[in-house]
Write a protein that binds this ligand. Sequence first.
Ligand SMILES: [Zn+2]
Length: 85
Amino acid sequence: MKAVSIILLSLFLSSFAVGNNSKEFVQKKKEEVFICTGKGAKCYHNNRKCWGLNKCGENADIVKKTLDEAKKEYRACKICYKVKK
Ligand SMILES: [Zn+2]
């Protein structure tokens, strides 16, 4: 059993190393989120179809932003960012 766990551990560690090395060619992918430009909107959404965006009125638009940008002004939507079980 001990040998198995050592193998698993080394696999785990090597996958970590590969992950670090691949950083160079996997361009930093900027996460995009959706926000409503309406006055009442305070949240950003990771899903365009989130029903939280349904409340976005006719006078407002749903726009894409990068997550970093959105975080400055908005909070994560509790509907589409709820903790996964
Ligand atoms: Zn949402």
